[in-house]
Design a protein around this ligand. Structure first.
Ligand SMILES: Nc1ncnc2c1ncn2[C@@H]1O[C@H](COP(=O)(O)OP(=O)(O)OP(=O)(O)O)[C@@H](O)[C@H]1O
Length: 266
C-alpha cells in the first residue's frame, strides 16, 4: 500500500509544506506546480525575478489567494486547521496605514488572533507588546499613530507584531524593501535570533548579494520551482541563470556566487 504523504516525516515535521501548488490570475498560471518543504528551524530566502510569483505563492499558501490546485500543510495538517502556528508580515505597501491605531495597538493585536483593536487588553499584554517593540528599537514610538511612521519604522513595527505572535513559522514578504542599512541589520539580527530559538522563517528577498550572509536555505522560483535546499547547494550560478535568465550578467553571477568559491578555496 502506498504510504500517505503525511506519513512522510519531512512533511509532518515541516512548518510549511507546499505540494503541487498552481495559482492563476487569469488563464495562465503565475505559480505552476510548486513543491516546497520548509525545513524546521531554517531561515529561508525565496528568490526570483519580478513577477516570478513569490508573493502569489505565499498568498495562496496562506489562503489569501485561491489555489487552482495543490496542498498546503502545516506540520502535516491542512493550513486552515493550523494557521495559529503561522505569522505573516505582508509587503509594506499592501497595508492601509491610515487605519486608526497606535504602534502599540498594532503589536498587541499580534498577541491575539481573535482580539480586535477596540477590545480591552490587559496590562501584561501591553507590557509584552512593549518588550517586542524594544527588541526592534521602536519602544519610543509606542503611542504614535501608525500612519505617522517612516517606511523603515513601519517595517520594524510589523516585525514586532510578528514577534508578539511568537509563531513557529513567520513568513515575511520583502522585509528589507526600502529600509536603511541600520534597519536592515536590526531586522536580520531579530530573524537570526528567532532562528536560534528554533523558529522557522521564510522571507521573500531581492538582494542576491546578501543571500549567503542572511539565509541558510533558499527557494529559487520563476513560476516553477527552479531549485530549493541549503544555500551552498541550491544557490549556484546555474540555478541563478535558470531563474533570472539573461537578466543577470556573468559578472554579476560571479560576484554573487564568488563568496562560496572563495571559502572553498581557503
Ligand atoms: N491582483 C493581480 N491581478 C492580476 N495579476 C496579478 C495580480 N497580482 C499579481 N499578478 C501577476 O502575477 C504574477 C506574479 O506576481 P507576484 O506579485 O506574485 O510576483 P513576485 O515574484 O512577488 O514579484 P515582485 O518581485 O515584483 O514583487 C505577475 O505577472 C503579476 O503581474
Amino acid at each position: 500500500m502506498k504510504a500517505s504523504r503525511i506519513d512522510d516525516p519531512a512533511i509532518s515535521r515541516s512548518p510549511l509544506a507546499i505540494q503541487g501548488l498552481t495559482v492563476s490570475y487569469g488563464q495562465k498560471p503565475v505559480v505552476y506546480s510548486v513543491d516546497f518543504i520548509t525545513p524546521p528551524g531554517s531561515l529561508t530566502a525565496i528568490v526570483g525575478p519580478n513577477g516570478a510569483g513569490k508573493s502569489t505563492m505565499l498568498k495562496a499558501a496562506l489562503g489569501i489567494k485561491r489555489r487552482l490546485s495543490g496542498e498546503v500543510l502545516v506540520y502535516g495538517e491542512p493550513y486552515e486547521q493550523q494557521s495559529c502556528h503561522v505569522a505573516y508580515v505582508p509587503q509594506r505597501n499592501s497595508v492601509d496605514w491610515d487605519f486608526p491605531a497606535t504602534v502599540l495597538d498594532v503589536v498587541v493585536m499580534g498577541l491575539f488572533r481573535d482580539l480586535r483593536w477596540w477590545q480591552l487588553t490587559r496590562r501584561h499584554h501591553r507590557d509584552m507588546a512593549l518588550e517586542c517593540l524594544c527588541r526592534v528599537g521602536m519602544e519610543a514610538f509606542a503611542k504614535r499613530q501608525i500612519g505617522q511612521l517612516s517606511g523603515g519604522q513601519q517595517q520594524r513595527v510589523f516585525l514586532a507584531r510578528a514577534l508578539a505572535q511568537s509563531a513557529d513559522l513567520t513568513i515575511l514578504d520583502e522585509p528589507f524593501a526600502g529600509v536603511d542599512a541600520a534597519t536592515e541589520k536590526a531586522i536580520v539580527e531579530v530573524l537570526k535570533s528567532l532562528k536560534r530559538q528554533g523558529k522557522t522563517l521564510l522571507c521573500v528577498h531581492h538582494d542576491l548579494s546578501t543571500v549567503r550572509d542572511y539565509f541558510d536555505h533558499v527557494l529559487l522560483l520563476n513560476v516553477r520551482r527552479i531549485a530549493a535546499g541549503p544555500v551552498d547547494k541550491a544557490f549556484t550560478e546555474k540555478t541563478l541563470q535558470e531563474a533570472y535568465g539573461g537578466r543577470l550578467s556573468s559578472l554579476q553571477l560571479e560576484q554573487i556566487v564568488m563568496p562560496s568559491a572563495t571559502t572553498q578555496k581557503v
